[in-house]
Structures are given as structure tokens and as C-alpha cells.
Design a protein around this ligand. Structure first.
Ligand SMILES: Cc1cc2nc3c(=O)[nH]c(=O)nc-3n(C[C@H](O)[C@H](O)[C@H](O)COP(=O)(O)OP(=O)(O)OC[C@H]3O[C@@H](n4cnc5c(N)ncnc54)[C@H](O)[C@@H]3O)c2cc1C
Length: 409
């Protein structure tokens, strides 16, 4: 391919890249999307188990605050293209959305492919070129200004380039971390990436014996607790190697950072957030008086799935004990397992299985009003490549679309 000239080159055809292409093209810019895989948007197709949890119904500031200490950086992008604006955008493209539980927002068809196809059609309508199977290998910059990119097929010239390569998570779906190399070449600092929204692997053997047990309204935090932001609450799942489900996934980025720093991490799981250890101790007193002949296991099984109750009782040394004979030691162990069960985390399922990446291009070097680099003029960033990650619930896609919209404009 001979050197070609565009107004704008977008590196990466994920939701952030496609959104930026559409909004730039609507503003009259000649844009090309370069995608390393044989088709763009592969990760988008996998979102929400193929149903695509696009965003959610939280008010704007509450929405942004879910991004933790980085939340202020996200506000200009969300103010410019809010969750409602995203829903209106897709509605105008013929993809109606709904929120069956009043929080998560999905396309009414429940198909991520409808979301992607609508974006493809809009790209086509606005003259965006999409060149798949075209990984960008290098940037071209002169005197602090972007001039284009280098691909296997040659140079592509443009005075504006948006890097929307995603992070390092789920490389099978395209984001292999190569965007960080491009950003580094441009002089940007990369906050060391760690896997987030990822299954946690425990040192203890017993969680594996509970694989498949799903629980609701579970609270998890890192131990020792540091900040309130390091708690998460929600659905929880035991797996063969440890724990998953939104409550565990949402704390996993923080746990990954601790694993990177210390090689190990500890968390606590509160199976009954509305009930403290001392309330459990009072309950045990009551059972001893009222249900003394009843097996402790039978009573605990009324509160937890039988398999989990068996494990808790055996770990507390009271698997065959009547309530009236429950020792002080067993009572303390049991109440702490129910309200603050400690688990040692030895690792995670890693980038291969992580839904997002924590870390990425440092916020200090990006202007949040425009997404432009503060180092190289004409260079912009959008989506997960930036050091921003949110919890489960449509936060990350909204960030990809909102930051893509702002960069594209
Ligand atoms: C299984 C799974 C389920 C998820 N479900 C949800 C959900 O329901 N809701 C939600 O909000 N979030 C969800 N996420 C997270 C969400 O998908 C991402 O946050 C989002 O896709 C990030 O968008 P992006 O455009 O920044 O990056 P990506 O979607 O990763 O796209 C980046 C694109 O850039 C391309 N690329 C990379 N390097 C180069 C290069 N050098 N040259 C050219 N192209 C390149 C990649 O091939 C890729 O197509 C899920 C993630 C996974 C893995």
C-alpha cells in the first residue's frame, strides 16, 4: 500500500474506536479505523454473555464515582455523552434499549451483535473506512506533533490519531497490550497494568469443594481494610479454584494490585452483611436455650446452602455438635466465618480471563476535556487503554463510548 492521507486514523476497532470514528465522521472528518483482528468489535460481541450490558441507570455523578479515585477524570466525557445519550444514540440507530431490573441496560433484542452491526452501518453511512487485519506497529511523530502511523502495509498519514487499542485483558478478543507500546513511544507513562474483573484463586482448598454455589448480597473487602472503596457487595459464586461473581470481580483489581506489590493478598467475605459477629454470638445463645437438642449443622443449613454449612461447621469443629454443647471456641470461629470469613488469595485467572485491565496510560498526560495527549499534539486516547476501569454493570462500555465520543469530536 502506498502512503495514504486521512484527517484521522483510529487505532483499534472496539467500541471506543468505532464510536470515535462515527462522531469524527459526523463532524466531516475523513476517518479510517485500523483493526488488528480480521474483524472489529470481537470483544463487544462477547460482552454481557453476548447480551451486551451497555450502561446502567445511575445518575451521572453516582455513575462516575464508581470509577473510584479516578472518577473526576471521567466526568467531562460522561457529561458530554451520558448513559441516556448513549441509549438515545442507539435508539436513533434502531437499537432500542431496556433495563429489565431497573439498573442494567441491554438492547431489547438482547443481542450484542445488533449493537455492533448498528455501529458498522453508521460507520458506512458516514464514510468511515475500516481496514481489518491491519495492526498498527508504530506512530509517526515530528516536533511534538502526530503525523500518522506505520502498518505492515505501509505508512498512513494523518494529523490526528486516536489510540483505542483496549488494555491487555482477553487478548484472544484483540487487546494484546500493543497500544501501551505505541503510547510509550509517544512519551506517555504507563501505569503498570493488572487484571481486573477477574476470578480470584484461593490458597484454601475448601472453596473449591463449594464450586457452583451462588449467593446473593455478599460483602467482600481486602484485609486489613484500607478505604471504604475497597469493599464490594453483590452476587457471589464459588468456583473450582476460588471465587467469582460481581462481588468478587469488583474487588479483584485492588486484589491484583496487592498481589503485584506483595505476592499475596487477603480478603474477608461477609456472608450476612446485615448481621455482625456479635449478633451471631447472641443468636447462638438463643439456640442453646431454645433449640439445644438441634444439631448446629441443621441450624446453620437453614441460613446457608447445606454444603457450605457442612464446611463451616467442620472448619469450626462442630460438625456433629448439638446447639447446647457448642463450645465458646467453636462459636467464635463460626461467627467469624459467617461474618468475616478470611481467604488468602494466591492469584487470579490472569489477563487471559480478565474482563478489563486496571492501569494503562497515565491520566496526568491526557486532557480530560478532549482526550488529547498533553505530550504529542493531535494524538488522542479513548477507552480501556487509559488508566480507568469500572466495576461490573455497564460502566466500562459506557466509558469506552463516552471517551470515544469526546476524542472523536
Ligand atoms: C467477556 C467480557 C465481557 C464483558 N462484558 C461487559 C459488559 O457487559 N458491560 C461492560 O460495560 N463491559 C464489559 N466488558 C468490558 C468491555 O468489553 C471493555 O471495557 C470494552 O470493550 C473496552 O473497549 P475498547 O474499545 O477500549 O477496547 P476493546 O474492546 O478491547 O477494543 C480494542 C480493539 O483494538 C484492537 N487493537 C489492539 N491493538 C491494536 C493495534 N496495535 N493495531 C490495530 N488494532 C489494535 C483490538 O483488536 C480490539 O478490537 C466485558 C469484557 C469481556 C472480556
Amino acid at each position: 500500500m502506498k502512503s495514504k492521507q486521512y484527517d484521522l486514523v483510529i487505532v483499534g476497532g472496539g467500541p471506543a474506536g468505532l464510536a470515535s470514528a462515527i462522531f469524527a465522521a459526523r463532524n466531516g472528518h475523513r476517518a479510517v479505523v485500523l483493526e488488528r483482528l480480521n474483524s472489529p468489535g470481537k470483544k463487544l460481541l462477547a460482552t454481557g454473555g453476548g447480551h451486551c450490558n451497555l450502561t446502567n441507570t445511575l445518575p451521572l455523578e453516582d455513575f462516575a464515582r464508581n470509577f473510584g479515585k479516578q472518577w473526576r477524570f471521567t466526568m467531562p466525557a460522561f457529561q458530554d455523552f451520558s448513559p441516556q445519550a448513549l441509549r438515545d444514540f442507539f435508539s436513533n440507530l434502531g437499537v432500542k434499549t431496556e433495563s429489565p431490573d431497573g439498573f442494567h441496560v441491554f438492547p431489547v433484542s438482547n443481542k450484542a451483535s445488533d449493537v455492533l452491526n448498528a455501529m458498522f452501518s453508521e460507520c458506512k453511512k458516514n464514510g468511515v473506512e475500516i481496514l481489518s487485519g491491519n495492526p498498527v506497529k508504530q506512530l509517526i511523530a515530528e516536533n511534538g506533533k502526530i503525523k500518522g502511523v506505520v502498518t505492515d502495509m505501509g505508512e498512513i498519514k494523518a494529523d490526528k490519531v486516536i489510540i483505542a487499542c483496549g488494555g491487555r485483558s482477553y487478548p484472544a478478543l484483540g487487546s494484546d497490550g500493543s497500544g501501551y507500546r505505541l503510547a510509550k513511544f509517544a512519551g506517555h507513562q504507563i501505569i503498570e497494568p493488572v487484571p481486573a474483573l477477574v476470578e480470584l484463586h484461593c490458597s484454601e482448598k475448601w472453596p473449591g469443594a463449594c464450586a457452583g454455589i451462588a449467593l446473593k448480597n455478599i460483602r467482600i473487602g481486602v484485609h486489613p481494610p484500607k478505604r471504604t472503596a475497597e469493599f464490594s457487595k453483590g452476587d457471589f459464586l464459588f468456583t473450582h479454584s476460588g471465587i467469582s461473581g460481581p462481588a468478587a470481580l469488583n474487588i479483584s483489581g485492588t486484589v491484583s494490585e496487592l498481589l503485584r506489590q506483595n505476592g499475596s493478598a487477603e480478603i474477608f467475605v461477609d456472608f450476612f452483611p446485615e448481621k455482625s459477629a456479635s449478633v451471631w454470638m447472641n443468636d447462638f445463645d438463643l439456640w442453646q436455650r431454645k433449640d439445644g437438642k438441634k444439631q448446629v449443622l441443621k441450624i446453620i443449613s437453614e441460613h446457608l446452602p447445606r454444603r457450605l454449612a457442612e464446611i463451616f461447621c467442620s472448619e469450626s469443629g462442630c460438625e456433629n455438635t448439638e446447639a447446647s454443647r457448642l463450645s465458646r471456641e467453636s462459636r467464635e470461629k463460626l461467627s467469624s466465618m459467617l461474618s468475616s470469613c478470611r481467604l488468602k488469595i494466591k492469584g487470579t485467572a490472569g489477563f487471559d480471563k480478565a474482563m478489563v485491565t486496571r492501569g494503562g496510560v497515565s491520566l496526568r498526560e491526557i486532557n480530560p476535556q478532549t482526550m488529547e495527549s498533553r505530550i504529542v499534539k493531535g494524538l488522542y486516547f479513548a477507552g480501556e487503554i487509559i488508566d480507568i476501569d469500572g466495576p461490573c454493570g455497564g460502566f466500562n462500555l459506557q466509558w469506552a463510548f463516552s471517551s470515544g465520543h469526546l476524542a472523536g469530536k
